[in-house]
Ligand binder design. Sequence first.
Ligand SMILES: [Zn+2]
Length: 90
Amino acid sequence: MTCAEFLKELTDYLDDALDSRTRAELEDHLVWCHECFVVCDTTKKTISIYRESKLYELPDDLRGRLHNAIVSKCKSKKPDAAAPDDKSKR
Ligand SMILES: [Zn+2]
């Protein structure tokens, strides 16, 4: 099995949708190919983070406030933006 073949089957492998023979071939490839092992491992972790994050769904209003906070933080990141609080404190 080549790396291209491996990557083609990877999503089915992670979905547990492969027959046992193809599955065995993929696992055999993982033994000697470090690159595919890393890809497989990273994808697996990404999927599990995604699945776990569903358990911690944020309440809508908190999500909105968080979103606004992030957006306003990004907007204030202009290079010439002096801290707006400075003048009013004097
Ligand atoms: Zn490979």
